[in-house]
Design a protein around this ligand. Structure first.
Ligand SMILES: Cc1cc2nc3c(=O)[nH]c(=O)nc-3n(C[C@H](O)[C@H](O)[C@H](O)COP(=O)(O)OP(=O)(O)OC[C@H]3O[C@@H](n4cnc5c(N)ncnc54)[C@H](O)[C@@H]3O)c2cc1C
Length: 217
């Protein structure tokens, strides 16, 4: 029998870990504990939370199944590819896999807004080539909204055209992963230097947590 694996948070990171485990046949061992509820992509703005870092920098995030991926701008450029290559880390394979997996493609020209067109023209006049942003957006769906991109990605996509981690819920559930919404972790239980489980607030959740904790032993 496999050991149980508890993942806290169903955002970009948590769901990727859950998916990788499910693809290795460990789905039935995985529980994803999520503080927020299931949310409709178009209502994602309701789940925004702003917190202050110790340096008083405001950090925005979304507390719901799929996490902050519901309110991203949908940008998917390769991050620090050249810099990493220059120190001997070649992520070409990983970038390509991700781009295939979540459908990252450059913004097609027919989706450029007036501002973007002006920027492209001005860049050309100055001798620069403007490169379209790779987006994790299905532009056919996106255009079905108002026949042009609405620009509301960061409030929650009204047509579900943008990839979010919540779009994996069905597949993960089918592969045996349990997703527990409305379950906020308050504390990680550490025994002998190892994380053994979590505790959550409120009576009902505490007993539930004990169960999770016991299951993990
Ligand atoms: C407005 C905005 C636009 C962005 N646009 C882009 C973009 O275009 N491209 C891009 O690559 N990135 C973008 N980002 C950044 C991107 O969203 C984050 O980097 C990414 O979502 C981080 O993943 P994560 O799993 O660490 O956190 P999250 O996606 O925030 O997931 C964390 C999850 O954990 C849950 N959680 C938190 N605390 C607890 C707890 N105590 N118990 C249980 N569950 C808990 C939360 O509810 C959430 O579901 C944007 C971010 C914002 C705010």
């Amino acid at each position: 029998m496999g050991e149980e694996i508890l993942i806290v948070g169903s955002g970009a990171s948590g769901m990727v870990v859950a998916k990788e485990l499910a693809e290795r046949g460990r789905g039935n061992d995985v529980k994803v504990v999520e503080a927020g509820p299931y949310a409709q992509s178009e209502n994602a703005i309701k789940y925004y939370e702003r917190i202050l870092s110790q340096q008083r920098i405001e950090i925005a995030r979304a507390l719901c199944v799929g996490g902050t991926t519901l309110v991203t701008a949908g940008n998917g450029p390769r991050s620090l590819e050249k810099e990493l290559k220059s120190i001997g880390i070649n992520l070409e394979q990983e970038f390509s896999e991700l781009e295939r997996e979540i459908g990252i493609k450059p913004v097609p020209e027919n989706c450029y807004g007036e501002g973007t067109k002006k920027l492209v023209d001005a860049s050309a006049e100055l001798g620069y080539e403007a490169v379209p942003m790779p987006k994790v957006i299905d532009f056919d769906k996106c255009m079905s909204c108002r026949r042009k991109p609405c620009g509301e990605c960061v409030f929650g996509c009204p047509t579900d055209a943008k990839w979010t981690a919540a779009s994996w819920v069905e597949e993960l559930t089918r592969k045996g992963v349990t997703i527990l919404p409305d379950t906020k972790v308050e504390k990680v239980i550490i025994e002998n230097g190892r994380a053994r489980g979590v505790s959550v607030n409120g009576k009902e959740k505490i007993s539930y947590c004990h169960r999770i904790s016991r299951d993990l032993q």
